[in-house]
Design a binder for this molecule. Structure first.
Ligand code: AMP
Length: 403
């Protein structure tokens, strides 16, 4: 295949990241990348860089809604400075119970995924909006959906199934997991020596952890939605369902509208909880570390809950895998927060996880375990865009996934 310009569109709950690759037989060259962040605020961010890192845009526009945000991306793509994309890959957190394969996007497929917005309520509305806009902007260009849930499709039923009445299971309520493209990219980078017993923790503003056997997902912490699993920036993670019922009843004292009450409960569990809820300060690890240095007890408790929960989860996945060969930490916190890495691993010596303080004193890719640690601990930044481009090229060529 001669090389093709492939556009990657990756939306978060309040951001749109984009990058254009020149991709062909084994070669992947990024021509430019950028992002619009802070959608829904008066002081958003819009930046773009070319392949050499030169700034093409660095602005702080008002971004009242996603339409204004996407127009900035559309204008950049149509500026004529770069080739028109020959294909577009869209990251999608969850396509619900029926859209489980990476595939070409049609208007009907978008409607189908939209109907399952409850499976990723913070992410699906903006992702389907961008898909519809991209189809309108480039009507002759094939668009593909690349799913985070795809990597987790190999989980056994015992990991997927939720302990709920069958009528809800029949509606597709089960564990799907998220961050799958990040996990896929870690396994991809470890090839050809993927350890048999691997745990990867993706610790970003959203945090999750997966047990991976011989490169295939065995279990993952996020559930039906990204709100489950580890405590993260603004999400509870797994929690006694009685807590949600308690909060729902408190909300119901003030509103009789069931839909409005559900929205409020969702905001509590997904946007106001986690590190932010406990610290009453910030969902950002950098802010919390600063506050801890100033003696802030709530920030200390929030971060302790975070690292303690991750350590517990690592223990349970060692049990599931029947041992451990390698632990990989990734995501903004995994890659950069030296203290979190040390705190997570501090009590895990009994599992064979021993960090080397000096090796751990770095940012970015590194082996951070001690020479004699039975388990290798690595920091590996994810390459999500690369995985999306790889899938797009495969699907353009009509090939099935060798995995
Ligand atoms: P992500 O969602 O992967 O972009 O990760 C965001 C999280 O990474 C936030 O909690 C940030 O505070 C954290 N993070 C990013 N850079 C650093 C850094 N240099 N030190 C500590 N935490 C960081």
């Amino acid at each position: 295949m001669s090389s093709l310009p492939v556009l990657v569109l990756n939306s978060g709950s309040s951001s749109i990241k984009f990058s254009l690759y020149e991709a062909g037989n084994g070669s992947r060259t990024r021509l430019f990348e950028g992002a619009v962040d802070g959608i829904g605020t008066d002081l958003g961010k819009f930046w773009m860089k070319d392949a050499s890192g030169n700034k093409l845009a660095d602005e702080t526009p008002a971004l009242p809604n996603r339409s204004v945000a996407f127009n900035l991306v559309a204008d950049a793509l149509q500026s004529g400075k770069f080739p028109k994309p020959a294909a577009i890959g869209h990251r999608m957190v969850s396509g619900g119970p029926t859209v489980l394969e990476n595939q070409k996007i049609t208007p009907a497929l978008i409607d189908e995924m939209d109907s399952y917005a409850a499976f990723a309520p913070l992410h699906t509305p903006i992702a389907v909006y961008i898909m519809r806009e991209a189809l309108r902007l480039f009507p002759s260009v094939p668009n593909f959906v690349i799913l985070d849930t795809y990597f987790h499709r190999t989980m056994p039923e015992v990991a997927k199934h939720m302990p709920i009445p069958e009528e809800y299971s029949a509606m597709g309520v089960r564990r799907y997991g998220a961050h799958g493209i990040s996990y896929e990219s870690i396994v991809y980078q470890l090839q050809p020596n993927v350890p048999e017993k691997l745990i990867v923790a993706h610790l970003g503003n959203g945090a999750s952890i997966s047990a991976i056997r011989s490169g295939k997902c065995l279990d993952t912490s996020m559930g039906l939605t990204p709100t489950g699993g580890l405590i993260s920036g603004t999400r509870t993670g797994d929690i006694d369902p009685g807590v949600l019922l308690f909060i729902l009843r408190k909300i119901a004292e003030k509103t009789t509208n069931a839909e409005a009450a559900a929205d409020q409960l969702e905001a509590v569990a997904s946007k106001k909880a986690g590190l932010l809820g406990v610290s009453e300060l910030s969902n950002d690890m950098r802010d919390l570390r600063e506050a801890i240095a100033d003696g802030n007890a709530k920030a200390r408790l929030a971060v302790d809950k975070f690292t303690w929960t991750i350590a517990k989860w690592i223990g349970s996945y060692v049990a599931e895998l029947g041992g451990l060969d390698m632990l990989v930490l990734t995501g903004g916190i995994g890659e950069n927060d030296i203290a979190s890495r040390a705190e997570i691993c501090a009590g895990l010596g009994a599992l064979g996880i021993v960090l080397d303080a000096q090796r751990n004193n770095v940012r970015g890719a590194a082996v951070i375990s001690a020479q004699n640690s039975p388990v290798t601990v690595r920091v590996i930044p994810p390459l999500e865009d690369l995985i999306i481009v790889n899938h797009v090229l495969r699907l353009l060529g009509g090939q099935s996934d060798p995995a």
